[in-house]
Design a protein around this ligand. Sequence first.
Ligand code: SAM
Length: 222
Amino acid sequence: MIDFDQARQLMVERQIAGRGLHDPAVLAAMKRVPREAFVPKQLRDAAYEDGPLPIGQGQTISQPYIVALMAEAACLGKHDRVLEVGTGSGYAAAVLGEIAAHVDSIERHRLLAERAREVLQQLGYRNICVHVGDGTLGWPRGAPYEVIIASASGPDVPPAWREQLAIGGRLVMPVGRSRFRQYLVCVERIGEEDYAERKLAAVQFVPLIGAQGWNDSRDQDG
Ligand code: SAM
């Protein structure tokens, strides 16, 4: 029988702090969120392994290190309003919700969104709202957001997200035209029409499918 609490502490020490991430709020959040609750029952024993896991609908729960990397890069603060695109299992939403004031999370697969909503409710997260829809259009009624995080990769930053980012806000997403390799980028909105962009790391994510993303995964050149 696995001791999940112990496995989680070790995961944070080895996979996250051990790789140089150091934001105390992110490390504390990663120590609190029970990843085993977000993975399918038959995969629970693998919940603290260092990688993504399948969650159905051809989608995955993100690798813990990547969730932490994105949260740290976004410089999340406790008063921030966050838009997350690609709820998946709801795990990353929980990590973000541990730190920020409010999270709107959008998922295009209804089944995944419903499951994530249920788990998040059971765990007592009251500051996370899961919506079903095309997240490439953002969530205009919740904007502006201090932080926008996407865990699916698009060809470019969707214009709707640039508009819905608060001035001074940070957006972190994987961008690239290959299905196998993209770059995690962090975009900061410096002024009304002024954005600064930096590359963080090479990554591999599932495609962001929607009006301001890919039409269909076959469009990617791979
Ligand atoms: N961070 C999630 C977690 O911790 O479980 C994993 C997200 S998974 C890698 C990416 C998710 O993005 C998938 O569930 C996929 O259905 C979703 N997705 C792709 N395009 C989307 C879109 N336009 N709007 C909303 N969700 C989208």
